[in-house]
Design a protein around this ligand. Structure first.
Ligand SMILES: NC(=O)c1ccc[n+]([C@@H]2O[C@H](COP(=O)([O-])OP(=O)(O)OC[C@H]3O[C@@H](n4cnc5c(N)ncnc54)[C@H](OP(=O)(O)O)[C@@H]3O)[C@@H](O)[C@H]2O)c1
Length: 275
């Protein structure tokens, strides 16, 4: 793919995305631009072969497809930087990973800073497991985005993520599930390993096997096609050790806690867009 790809903001999520893209070989590093206020924080991008700059304008001028990889609170500042460079019409596809900012709102904000720009927008919700090719990336295009632009995005991301086109009204809740819940799973893995350590298992062994067990359990749900409740029943022999553990989980209200966690992240996703 020989178009020029830009990233405004080269932090954790943009880095995860670009690593996946470069690993798959679908796009060359020399055709990628990234900007951020501190050049020293973009060192890993130069090491990957991308063009780095402190100027958002430079990314905007060079690129046709631009990922917005900044915090919501930095959006106006970034667009204000670009504003001064726009003196003629230009078509740009913005790919926004900003939580809570709905497409119509993003269009309004872009228009207010960049009236000459013909902007199309795809809203995405990526997750950090994309770094190792095991991610999920949700996306919603605006009405002007063509099928070929959606295919272009999928081609860029599909080797690092399962890409799913979703209606925008599901973005906050599904984003909580796919982009926030990896953090919940790290806590689960750590806590399970703590449990094994308490029983005398060495820490490194406990952590490695807990992580593999979580991977295998997810794969069982995906590959067996069975309901997770049924898979759980298959592990629980009557009077056995697994059902004893399940009873302990129910006493600790694990299900209610996870449901509440998704609710809290969904609400926060919406709130972030109102900042
Ligand atoms: N991390 C995730 O799992 C995840 C998942 C889905 C969506 N998101 C969303 O993705 C966005 C980025 O998240 P992140 O985790 O990558 O955050 P991050 O690591 O803090 O990255 C933000 C980047 O933006 C740069 N930046 C700050 N002000 C800027 C400006 N005016 N112009 C250009 N760049 C600027 C920062 O540079 P300096 O560090 O040099 O200041 C930093 O590299 C956020 O909106 C987040 O909510 C994150």
């Amino acid at each position: 793919m020989d178009f020029k790809l830009g990233f405004i903001g080269g932090g954790n999520m943009s880095t995860a995305i670009v690593k996946g893209i470069l690993k798959s070989g679908v796009h060359s590093a020399s055709n990628i631009w990234v900007s951020g206020p501190h050049i020293e924080n973009l060192k890993h991008w130069s090491e990957m072969g991308a063009n780095v700059t402190t100027s958002n304008r430079e990314v905007f001028k060079n690129c046709d497809m631009i990922f917005l990889g900044i915090k919501v609170t930095k959006l106006n500042e970034a667009l204000h930087d670009i504003q001064r460079s726009v003196s003629s019409k230009k078509d740009v596809l913005f790919v926004s990973m900003l939580p809570g900012i709905v497409i119509s709102e993003l269009h309004k904000t872009i228009k207010s800073y960049l009236p000459l720009v013909n902007a199309t927008v795809i809203r995405i919700m990526p997750n950090t497991p994309m770094t190792i090719g095991e991610g999920v990336c949700l996306y919603t295009p605006d009405n002007e985005v063509s099928d070929s632009q959606c295919s272009k995005l999928e081609k860029l991301l599909s080797s690092s993520a399962l890409c799913e086109k979703i209606p925008e009204y599901l973005m906050d809740a599904l984003g909580a599930l796919t982009a926030c819940a990896p953090a919940y799973m790290y806590v689960v893995i750590e806590a399970l390993a703590d449990g094994a350590v308490k029983q005398g298992v060495p820490r490194a062994t406990a952590m490695r096997l807990a992580a593999q067990m979580v991977v295998g359990s997810g794969q069982m749900v995906l590959h067996s096609g069975k309901h997770p409740g049924l898979l759980k029943d298959e592990v629980c022999s009557p009077g056995g050790s697994t059902i004893a553990g399940i009873a302990a989980l129910e006493n600790g209200k694990l299900r209610a806690t996870l449901i509440n966690a998704i609710e809290a992240s969904t609400i926060r996703n919406k709130e972030l867009g109102n900042k």
